[in-house]
Design a protein around this ligand. Structure first.
Ligand code: F6P
Length: 345
């Protein structure tokens, strides 16, 4: 058995831990051979590979990023040389003698894996994203690391906000969902948390901010990059889209800071955490989750359970149809947001 491995979409702490587990388990227990595909779907699309054996995965468990490289290449948007992306991928896999693929990625990478699976490619999915927005799994790896990075930033911002009697706005990642904002905001004792699932009222945000100043404590506003006000009066700064049609976000934190200054007369500053949340070493939780996902992905390959994704349910790793991962995004439920609201203002 020859197994190809790829990592697609935004990088994420824990990707290397999955690659290591897949290779170690596959080589040591089943005698499989591995091929690494470079840069997400670009690798199989162009037949661009790197050797992947036990030696290649030594020492990578604590390393952020991905030794395979990643990209946001959409194989279904690519009709190079008059042949569809799926045809080119199938030809390249056959030419390389690859019998099965382990695709590690988020909604876009796994969406493409689902379609390729339907076209006869033997594929098993592993859910990754710092956003934690994939259906079918309780958690994705990378999320815990991102939350801890954001929480530490909030802790640090508290002390500078206090010293200067300023409002501090912390913009975190979260394109469609507010999981990072919710968890980091709760863990960091935010004054208000703004998420894409619940359009915010700028008047109400300013009330919370003013109330916090009245209690002689400086407000911290945590905002997900995809959050927006009830009426679209604050526009996103950048409308560029990627190969999967996603708008590149950013700018809501700065807009909020300006609006808060204007409406409350208090000084406000913004800290945009951006890709810091995706970089560096994974937490213990993410290393363990990623390792378990990798081990179970190879079990799925051995069982011929193609078209499935490994997923966390409670404390167990289970298999779900790949389609479950991408059918709908896992949004923050209103009752989870309500728990955080107790601490607003
Ligand atoms: O999907 C993960 C994510 O980090 C989102 O939170 C964010 O909106 C996006 O990727 C940023 O993508 P890029 O690294 O391509 O700018």
């Amino acid at each position: 058995m020859r197994v190809g491995v790829l990592t697609g979409g935004g990088d994420c702490p824990g990707l290397n831990a999955v690659i290591r587990a897949v290779v170690r388990k596959g080589v040591q227990e089943y005698g499989y051979e591995f091929v690494g595909f470079r840069d997400g779907w670009r690798g199989p699309l162009e037949g661009d590979t790197i050797p992947l054996d036990v030696q290649a995965v030594r020492g990578i468990l604590p390393r952020g990023g991905t030794i395979l490289g990643t990209s946001r290449t959409n194989p279904f948007a690519d009709e190079g040389a008059g042949r569809s992306g799926a045809e080119r991928i199938k030809d390249n896999l056959a030419g390389l003698g690859v019998d099965a693929l382990v695709a590690i990625g988020g909604e876009d990478t796994l969406g493409a894996a689902t379609r390729l699976g339907a076209e006869g490619v033997n594929v098993v999915g592993v859910p990754k994203t710092i956003d934690n927005d994939l259906g079918g799994t309780d958690y994705t790896f990378g999320f815990d690391t991102a939350v801890n990075i954001a929480m530490e930033a909030i802790d640090r911002l508290h002390t500078t906000a206090e010293s200067h009697h300023r409002a501090l706005i912390v913009e975190v990642m979260g394109r469609h969902v507010g999981w990072i904002a919710l968890h980091a905001g709760m863990a960091g004792g935010a004054n208000v948390i703004l998420i894409p699932e619940k359009p915010f009222d700028i008047e109400k945000v300013c009330e919370y901010v003013e109330h916090r100043f009245q209690t002689r404590y400086s407000p911290i506003v945590v905002v997900a990059e995809g959050a927006h006000p009830v009426e679209e009066q604050l526009a996103v700064a950048d409308k560029e889209v990627d190969a999967f049609g996603h708008v590149r976000l950013g700018g809501i934190g700065q807009l909020l800071a300006s609006e808060i200054e204007k409406r409350t007369g208090k000084e406000a500053r913004v800290a945009v955490l951006g890709h810091i949340q995706r970089g560096g070493t994974p937490t213990a939780f993410d290393r363990v989750l990623a390792t378990r996902f990798g081990v179970q992905a190879i079990e799925a390959v051995r069982d011929g359970a193609f078209g499935t994704m490994v997923a966390l349910r409670g404390t167990d790793i289970i298999r779900v149809p790949l389609t479950d991962a991408t059918r709908e995004l896992k949004a923050v439920p209103p009752e989870r947001y309500a728990e955080a609201e107790v601490f607003f203002g």
